[in-house]
Design a protein around this ligand. Structure first.
Ligand SMILES: Cc1ncc(COP(=O)(O)O)c(C=O)c1O
Length: 378
């Protein structure tokens, strides 16, 4: 197949969107009385925001964008703030894939939202499964060769999640660069780095200096403890940001989220996130070591993320033992390759202790401390 590599990157986008006239938002000047946007002049009871919830948020959260740019060490015009990185996935698929015509490539087992958003847009998700290996250190590797061979004229986006959810494995920079090279001028490569802060690896954002079709996704949901705020960052060349910005409607990012995210990105708050990150990584190693001694656990994969993927003798028994102690873990009944697998998010030390205690009951008829307490309380 013959692909040109000197095309405009936006030639890959949906052509009808390239000519879409953007919405013109009303002006905002903090010192002026607002009679231009049909808002209430009165603040609602309980409104503690500094902007005021009676008025619309800014069309785009510019101040937050600047702060995220600093956090991820890129110029502000390379950032699109999204409602979680989930929305970034959605806006990429909507911006680049025409329904029933084009496709994305995903590498399962991986984050299931890529498939979901493609399905919503009626776009095929071609699967290039990760390569299995009996050695957990080598297991779930990217099938780079097959992936590159699968690129075709219908492919618009390639999603690579590193560290990957749910395997916890990071893909080597050289493998990712090989995909970027092959996809150059043909498809965007989306590097989902939602869990990067939990790994020792560096962000592969610098690939954007050589490859303008590389997009990085980051999130405040994990490392910064703000899953409830819904803040993600899509990082790409300014031309792509501008185009994707025209696909994303204005005023979608809520004022409380902006103000809370700004607080979480302050120096003091980030210092706390960093300390917690160190603790979570220590706990990840401890939990992995302790789980090894539980007979019901048959395999533990190394993890660069804030969770561990393990294989157990019986996933139902395992998750029920955790549930009896009031702990929820994630199973993957629907995914064949993860049939007896369980994903455990690393908790606080006391939560991890509690889980270990709950699991020590597996196969025994003993009663856990929490069950004992709940019986005593009745
Ligand atoms: C790999 C990966 N990417 C993206 C997300 C979405 O995160 P959010 O929308 O909260 O930013 C998740 C959430 O768990 C994830 O695991």
């Amino acid at each position: 197949m013959n692909f040109s590599t000197d095309n405009d990157i936006l030639d890959l986008a949906r052509p009808e969107l390239r000519t879409l006239v953007p919405y013109t938002p009303g002006a905002y000047e903090p010192t002026c009385i607002r009679m231009n946007a049909n808002e209430s002049p009165y603040r609602a009871l309980g409104d503690t925001t500094s902007r005021g919830l009676n008025i619309y948020p800014p069309p785009r959260p510019w101040e937050l964008r600047d702060q995220l740019a600093e956090q991820y060490s890129v110029p502000a015009e390379q950032i699109l703030v999204t409602r979680g990185s989930s929305e970034a996935i959605d806006v990429l698929i909507r911006g680049f894939c025409s329904a029933r015509k084009e496709e994305i490539i995903i590498c399962p087992p991986t984050f299931d939202m890529y498939r979901l958003y493609a399905g919503i847009q009626d776009v095929d998700a071609t699967e290039i499964p990760l390569i299995r290996n009996a050695d957990p250190r080598l297991d779930f590797a990217l099938d780079t060769k097959t992936l590159i061979n699968a690129l075709n004229k219908r492919t618009k986006l390639v999603f690579i999640c590193s560290p990957n959810n749910p395997t916890g494995r990071s893909t080597a920079a050289s493998e990712i660069e090989a995909v970027c090279k092959a996809a150059n001028g043909r498809a965007l490569v989306i590097l989902d780095e939602a869990y990067l802060e939990f790994s020792d690896k560096k962000s592969l954002q610098s690939l954007q200096e050589r490859y303008e079709h590389v997009v990085c996704l980051r999130t405040l949901s994990k490392f910064v403890s703000l899953a409830g705020v819904r803040c993600g960052a899509l990082i790409a060349i300014p031309k792509l940001i501008e185009f994707l910005g025209s696909v994303l409607p204005p005023y979608t990012f809520p004022t409380p989220s902006i103000e809370l995210a700004l607080k979480a990105l302050s120096t003091d708050s980030l210092k706390i996130s960093m300390e917690r990150n160190t603790l979570l990584r220590t706990e990840r190693a401890r939990l992995a070591a302790e789980l090894k001694s539980i007979p019901a656990v048959t395999k533990i994969w190394p993890s660069d993320a804030n969770f561990l993927l393990i294989e157990v003798q019986n996933r139902k028994e395992f998750s029920e033992a955790a549930r009896r102690s009031g702990i929820l873990v994630r199973t993957f009944g629907e995914q064949k390759s993860l049939e007896q697998c369980v994903r455990i998010t690393i908790g606080r030390p006391e939560d991890n202790d509690f889980l270990l205690e709950a699991l020590s009951m597996l196969g025994h008829n003993k009663i856990s401390v929490r069950e004992r307490k709940s019986l005593d309380d009745q």
